[in-house]
Design a protein around this ligand. Structure first.
Ligand code: ASP
Ligand code: MG
Length: 428
């Protein structure tokens, strides 16, 4: 039993869906297929929800645009006036009517609950179109709703999985289908709180869904199909001379995801590692090319240096005004202010009299944080700095990354170094 996960880019339009069907037509053996929303649908749904929430004038137009996108894909996938065409047309119409109704109701719900009820339509729409297309192409697939499979708490937008009922439910619904040769199609990203409310697992959470399903059915492997050849040692947007990693350990994959490499959702690895299920990241653009194996047994992992680059950071140092030690003031107070103003810490370091933090300038309100800190602390900061994390560093690669720039803060563990450096493009 295997689990395949196809992300938004792999199903971004009719041609992409046809390509996925071609890939699947060559496959054998029982499978669970997890799909994300098509292309940028999740972003579009976020915008749509906000427009309804704030009663913006363009809300009807946004709704029509989303519907037109999906109708366009529908028309390109199905032969007009066939039985299937009529069926999918009706189902699609019903889904959009339901979505519209939910949008009208959303404004009276708490925002996060409304968010999950609306944004989950991306995956519901994609699986509706895809399962019907795959059936039409003769593939033995059946859809199950992920809200019935993955049981979560009610922490909307970042729901926690309730493992025991989830495993029970998945095994009871999925295994009988797989045993009689039916492949299961379900949505990534979505869960249910057991009281009829949809939850979501956090943006880009479909990888995690695939891992939950694999863990629950004791799958032999999970494959994530991507628009890149596998896990690269750096983001080609920022680094020249990237290379694909053939094998990486669960530890490396988790650390890379944690430090911000966007290739795998950070929560994905644990459910797989706990059951020794390997993960294969491969390209749907070049399906014949080898990808990256994560957590495969009996391989020697090469310690290839990997880089994660975060531009647009702020390096903030705070000093207690009355010369207290940082411990006396309490880091908890500083963290409470960070949480209150929505700032995310990417790196931190303290000395007796100072505490330094590297923060994402794009999140939260830094000016509000500064004014909240100013009663107890003197604050010094540099804006527009870069944070570079290097896994499996060597002195040479640090030299290349720093490239003559000033290092403002540095932290090393055995395998990882993090450097806050003055901004200037990195050329290797
Ligand atoms: N569609 C969701 C998102 O874009 C989940 C996912 O793609 O993994 O965040
Ligand atoms: Mg997505």
């Amino acid at each position: 039993m295997e689990v395949y996960k196809f992300g938004g880019a792999s199903v971004k339009g009719a041609e992409a869906v046809k390509h996925v069907a071609q890939i699947l037509a060559k496959e054998h053996g029982p499978k669970v297929l997890v799909f994300s929303a098509m292309g940028k649908t999740t972003n579009a749904l976020e915008t749509l929800l906000n427009a309804f929430f704030r009663q913006e004038a363009n809300r009807a137009e946004l709704f029509k645009a989303l519907m037109a996108d999906h109708i366009g894909i529908f028309q390109a996938l199905f032969e007009p006036e066939t039985q299937r065409y009529v069926l999918v047309q009706r189902l699609l119409k019903e889904k959009f009517e339901q979505l519209y109704q939910r949008l009208l109701e959303a404004a009276v719900l708490p925002y996060d609950q409304a968010y999950d009820s609306i944004v989950s339509y991306g995956e519901r729409l994609s699986t509706l179109l895809i399962v019907n297309y795959l059936q039409e192409k003769g593939l033995p697939v059946e859809a199950l709703d992920a809200a019935d499979l993955i049981r979560t708490d009610s922490r909307y937008r970042d729901a926690g999985v309730l493992w025991e009922p989830t495993i029970r439910q998945i095994r009871a619904s999925v295994l009988p289908l797989l045993e009689r040769g039916t492949w299961v199609v379900t949505q990534g990203f979505i869960g249910g709180d057991g009281q009829g409310r949809t939850t979501t697992l956090g943006r880009e959470g479909s990888d995690y869904s695939a891992a939950i399903l694999a863990h629950s059915i004791d799958a032999c492997q999970v494959t994530i199909w991507k628009d890149v050849p596998g896990v690269l040692n750096a983001d080609p947007k920022y680094f020249a001379n990237t290379c694909k990693l053939a094998h990486i350990s669960y530890n490396d994959a988790t650390e890379l995801a944690y430090f911000g490499a966007s290739v795998i959702h950070p929560k994905t690895i644990k459910p797989l590692q706990n059951k020794h299920i390997p993960l294969y990241v491969r390209s749907f653009v070049q399906p014949d090319e080898p990808g990256t194996w994560v957590g495969l047994d009996n391989v020697a992992y090469a310690a290839v240096p990997s880089y994660i680059f975060k531009p647009n950071q702020i390096l903030l140092s705070v000093y207690p005004k009355d010369f207290s030690f940082i411990e006396e003031i309490g880091l908890a107070h500083i963290f409470e202010l960070l949480a209150r103003h929505g700032l995310k810490v990417n790196m931190m370091q303290n000395s007796a009299l100072s505490f330094s933090l590297c923060l994402d300038a794009t999140k939260g309100s830094f000016p509000d944080l500064l004014s909240a800190l100013s009663s107890d602390f003197d604050c010094v900061y540099n804006e527009g700095v870069d944070l570079v994390t290097i896994r499996h560093y060597t002195p040479e690669v640090i030299g290349q990354v720093v490239n003559g720039r000033t290092v403002l803060l540095e932290q090393r563990t055995r395998h990882t170094v993090q450097l806050v450096v003055e901004n200037r493009r990195i050329s290797q």
